[in-house]
Design a protein around this ligand. Structure first.
Ligand SMILES: Nc1ncnc2c1ncn2[C@@H]1O[C@H](COP(=O)(O)OP(=O)(O)OP(=O)(O)O)[C@@H](O)[C@H]1O
Length: 522
């Protein structure tokens, strides 16, 4: 049990949860708490394990290991992993919605909300026909159900459409109806799986309003999976971040959004996404930090994620089995590794100087302050001290790329952001080091890839994202699915975004086929 959150405060306590599918560890030793009366967001890149956590909480999956405790408002507690899944809503008072909308589209809105109260009505009927028609208890329960349905239709701003078929509603309204339906079951914990997916900004704002209203007026706590950062940042009290099924950060929205592990892992899925999200949250400091590498003061020790243990390239289980993910796949792990390298370097520099060295810090706080219990501290880094040693080191090795050019051929560089994985920041870095054309990247050998990765501080990423393969195709004048999106102006942070003309895309129609053999990409 997580000692930092007293039982009474936590409506949900997840302890050492693991879920394996064959050899795949979807969740590895995950612990976190959702506090009563709060909105807790569970975020992370695709495949991080968020929905699997929901499926364990709501009984769809029985976890391989771990404990999930639901502490009801009346003081009773349930171990959800032990309850049959149909008892979880009724006894533990947990309701959920799904990524895909699951309404009865032919039924009216009101009917959808009444169906949700079916159990209560059947109980009031005494499970007999006679009961349905004769018992005053049933009539009372039935009237109450209609009242409750109306109440939630009003809250969801849908009461005017109570008699319309649910399938006729616009998408955003259907999402709110699902939430209203879940609320009609009287949950104490409401689990929402990507409620903002596919919503336009107006619908998203209406959703935010509904969720804040639920939090303030109903006594229901909310656990939310969400990719829409504007929703997460605006309404969450607490954010838990997963990467490869491991917790990498846990704290306030503010602390999590400035945690380099999160930036690297979640926001940093692709450069273009990093920039888009950081621009969205308007944090120029963080953008700058991303360009120069992580800040040692933001290391894992200053985040409560450290409580979960470091993210490694393997996930261990009590059976002794360890499942390996691709080396360097954990971007949060890369941040840790770089922080550690920076710490070591700082330590050895300090030792070399051997002077009293008032300025040489022995090691970043990360190494010693492991259990702060809150990531909020990481929002006030000692920037100047932290940045210097961290990111600059790899830059020197960019010279190892064999086919650099002094200038783009014909004075015009290709649009390298048409390669998935290269955003404008990295395109500039590549240009700065003499890489301007697809065929240059397409001809990279293993050593070139390694040199480029060292320079860009991308451990294994170039191979994983198959830059060489993509570059070869693009160099031959062919398209990739991603380059088509760039050309259509659909990739927010490509410098062609918003333009639709191929002319703006830097396509090299006349590019010669690449002569070299396959490069370093695996
Ligand atoms: N029933 C299953 N059988 C096998 N593998 C599964 C199953 N459910 C999930 N997984 C795997 O577990 C990992 C975590 O998946 P999960 O759906 O929980 O991630 P997620 O964070 O919710 O992703 P997304 O944001 O894309 O919905 C993935 O690698 C997924 O392929």
């Amino acid at each position: 049990m997580n000692a930092s959150t007293p039982m009474s405060e936590a409506i949900l306590q997840v302890d050492h949860l693991s879920m394996k599918f064959g050899g795949l560890v979807a969740i590895g030793d995950l612990s976190f708490a959702a506090r009563r009366g709060e909105i807790t967001a569970l975020i992370g890149p695709n495949g991080a394990g968020k929905t699997t956590v929901f499926n364990c909480i709501t009984g769809f999956y029985k976890p391989s290991e771990g404990m999930i405790t639901l502490n009801r408002n009346d003081g009773t507690s349930y171990l959800l992993e032990r309850l049959p899944n149909h008892e979880i809503p009724a006894r533990a008072k947990v309701a959920r919605t799904f990524q895909n909308i699951r309404l009865f589209s032919g039924m009216t809105l009101l009917e959808n909300l009444l169906v949700a109260q079916h159990n209560k009505l059947m109980k009031a009927s005494g499970y007999t026909i006679l009961g349905l028609f004769g018992f005053s208890g049933y009539r009372k329960a039935s009237a109450e159900s209609v009242e409750l349905a109306k109440h939630w239709l009003e809250k969801a701003d849908l009461v005017d459409r109570a008699d319309d078929p649910a399938g006729d509603l616009p998408y955003g309204a259907q999402r709110r109806l699902e939430i209203a339906r879940a609320m009609c079951t009287g949950p104490e914990l409401l689990c929402l799986d990507e409620p903002a997916a596919g919503l336009n900004p107006k619908e998203s704002a209406a959703l935010n309003e509904l969720l804040i209203d639920i939090k303030k007026t109903s006594g229901t706590s909310i656990l939310l999976i969400e990719h829409d950062m504007s929703v997460v940042m605006q309404i969450s009290d607490h954010v838990v971040v997963l990467e490869y099924g491991r917790k990498i950060s846990d704290g306030s929205p503010q602390s999590v959004r400035t945690d380099p592990r999160v930036i690297a892992a979640y926001l940093g899925v692709d450069d273009e996404e990093v920039e888009a999200v950081l621009t969205e949250v308007g944090d120029e400091d963080v953008i700058e930090q991303l360009d120069t590498g992580p800040d040692a003061a933001h290391g894992p020790g200053t985040s409560s994620s450290y409580l979960a243990g470091p993210v490694t390239d393997t996930v261990g289980h009590s059976s002794g089995e360890r499942v390996t993910v691709a080396r360097g796949a954990s971007k949060a792990g890369q941040v840790d590794a770089r922080s550690l390298a920076a710490a070591n370097k700082a330590t050895s520099l300090a030792a070399e100087k051997s002077a009293p060295a008032a300025k040489a810090k022995p090691a970043p706080k990360a190494a010693s302050k492991a259990t702060t219990g809150t990531a909020a501290k990481s929002t006030a880094p000692a920037k100047p001290a932290a940045k210097a040693p961290v990111a600059k080191a790899p830059a020197a090795t960019a010279g190892g790329i064999s086919n650099r050019l002094a200038a783009p051929r014909g004075g015009k560089a290709d649009n390298l952001t048409r390669i998935k994985g290269i955003g404008t920041v990295n395109e500039k870095k590549l240009n700065d080091h003499g890489i301007f054309h697809f065929d240059q990247i397409g001809a990279w050998k293993k050593a070139d890839v390694e040199a480029a990765e060292a320079y860009l501080a991308f451990d294994g990423r170039i191979a994983r994202e198959e830059w060489v393969k993509q570059a070869k195709l693009l160099g031959q004048g062919k398209d990739t699915e991603f380059s088509r999106r760039v050309d259509a102006g659909k990739v927010a942070t490509s410098h062609t975004s918003g333009k639709t003309a191929n002319a703006a895309s830097g396509k090299t129609a006349a590019a010669k086929p690449v002569a070299g053999k396959r490069g370093g990409g695996k």
